[in-house]
Design a protein. Structure first.
Length: 493
């Protein structure tokens, strides 16, 4: 097959050309590989958006967002409605975040982060160490000076976003097509540079998932795929911190979905890492290829989600190839329906939290009628009403425990969690990512909570768990499908 080109993240329209596409033998059509005939559940049970449909099986469906396009109402409306994960297209890359050495700029990255999190969406960081889109000052360095600059850059950017992001693409596109290391300036600092990047990243933020991301690693028999696989295998055997592998999944006109794509996903997953499809686009939005890649992810339990690289065809780096799920006018294409049907065919997951690993799974229930702190097991921080506000609709957050009334909650006999005596912990909706806020107590089920012996707090209306995707002060609270992870466990004391 004709192998796709690399990370599609131009600094400006037309600023990057497609690299030479290579032919890889052994690819066959996706229809033959995956049999992409979908059985769609009853319409009344099917989710109506990509993010909601993916969430039924505990996955996400995301998109790349450009800060400059958020003012386009069609663009932002589609993005806010359809997706539950966001990747910054260019705004978190080295040239954007550290234009001058030691002088960081997060304005555009924060614009995307704030837009996403205000809508209950999670954010993937992209990217920390890459041979491309380096600022000029970094390009002029080499050897130990460049190595230190890389370490300082990772520490600086991750400190700003500590506890806020779901994933970081720590290293991007470090391999040649034959499976050898790319001869980049970073490689010139020593063959251990990727390991150093991951160890630095883990020290900078212990809570975020750390990923390696690359293109042309979809075909299991391809040299580049095998080279990346050997590196991950080595890292896992030696305890180098790596949590996930991102397969960019750019399929061009001549590159069918390889018949062994699911084998690739499951083989990486067998090493003990999550896998994700991180920058998906397909020439002419082939319905069979889109359905096939979606089904392959659904068939691998550790495939955590899919991200398309752009919202509409007109927003794509490959706009002339019509590669996305919405046309330039914002209309859904046939490929959209094929993906939605595949996601819905996976069906819902159980919302009952599994037994967490490690430690006791039971704790004494809180005493009704007395004030309690709600303390996150992962963060050690309290659920807090910002600025001691008593305004309806104020979204609650994590913050250092201080014993003040804005962190004092009372569990009532009617399963309410009240603060200030008259305000209830309230879910603003029942879907994944719905905000958790305070509101005047009204006795409705969106203000009733089950405080469970395994540390979870589940909404009576939704069955979903209180959830935070980080540990830092100011991290907002939402509801999400119960997973048994520490970010969904709390103690009332």
């Amino acid at each position: 097959m004709a192998v796709s080109s690399p990370d599609p993240s131009p600094g400006s329209p037309g600023s990057r050309s497609l690299r030479v596409r290579l032919l890889v033998s052994g690819a066959v059509a996706a229809v033959a590989a995956f049999g992409v005939v979908m059985v769609v559940p009853d319409a009344s049970a099917a989710a109506g958006t990509l993010g909601a449909a993916a969430a039924q099986s505990g996955r996400y469906f995301g998109t790349a967002i450009a800060a400059s396009r958020l003012g386009d109402s069609t663009y932002s409306t589609i993005a806010g409605r359809e997706f539950n994960m966001v990747t910054a297209e260019n705004e978190m890359k080295p040239d954007a975040t550290e234009p001058q050495r030691g002088q960081f700029n997060f304005s555009s990255g924060d614009q995307i982060y704030n837009w996403a999190t205000q809508r209950g969406m999670k954010v993937r960081g992209h990217t920390l160490a890459w041979h491309s889109q380096q600022p000029g000052w970094m390009q002029s360095l080499s050897g130990s000076s460049l190595r230190q600059a890389m370490i300082d850059h990772i520490n600086g950017v991750m400190a700003h976003y500590k506890g806020k992001l779901a994933y970081w693409d720590v290293v991007n596109e470090a391999f040649n097509e034959d499976g050898s290391r790319r001869n980049s300036n970073l490689q010139g600092t020593g063959n251990d540079w990727i390991e150093v990047a991951f160890r630095t990243a883990r020290n900078a933020d212990p809570s975020v998932k750390l990923c390696y991301n690359d293109y042309n690693i979809e075909n299991w028999s391809y040299g580049k795929t095998q080279g990346v696989y050997r590196m991950i295998q080595d890292f896992k055997s030696r305890g180098v911190p790596i949590d996930c592998v991102g397969l960019q999944t750019h399929f061009t006109g001549g590159s069918s979905l390889p018949s062994n794509f699911q084998t690739t996903l499951s083989s990486f997953a067998a090493l003990g890492v999550d896998v994700a499809l991180t920058e998906v686009d397909v020439t002419n939005a082939s319905t069979s290829q889109y359905a096939g890649l979606t089904q392959a992810c659904l068939n691998v339990s550790r495939c955590v989600g899919i991200t398309v690289w752009g919202v509409r065809d007109s927003d794509s780096w490959r706009s002339g190839e019509s590669p996305l799920l919405f046309d330039g006018g914002g209309n859904k294409k046939a490929a959209y329906t094929s993906v939605l049907n595949a996601l819905n065919s996976a069906g819902p997951i159980q919302t009952t939290s599994p037994t967490p690993t490690g430690g006791s799974t039971s704790s004494p229930p809180p005493t009704q009628g007395t004030g309690n702190r709600i303390v996150g097991a992962q963060s050690g921080r309290c659920i807090d009403v910002p600025n001691a506000s008593q305004n309806n609709g104020t979204r609650v957050q994590l913050y250092d425990c201080n014993g003040q009334t804005n962190q004092t909650w009372t569990l009532t006999s009617s399963k309410q969690l009240t603060v200030y005596g008259t305000r209830c912990l309230d879910a603003a909706g029942s879907g994944n990512g719905s905000a958790v806020q305070i509101y005047s107590c009204n006795g409705q089920t969106n203000q009733q909570w089950n405080v469970n012996s395994n540390g979870t707090i589940t909404g009576v209306q939704s069955g979903r768990c209180l959830d935070v995707w980080g540990t830092g002060n100011g991290q907002q609270v939402q509801i999400y499908d119960c997973s048994g992870q520490a970010n969904q466990r709390f103690s009332l004391n």
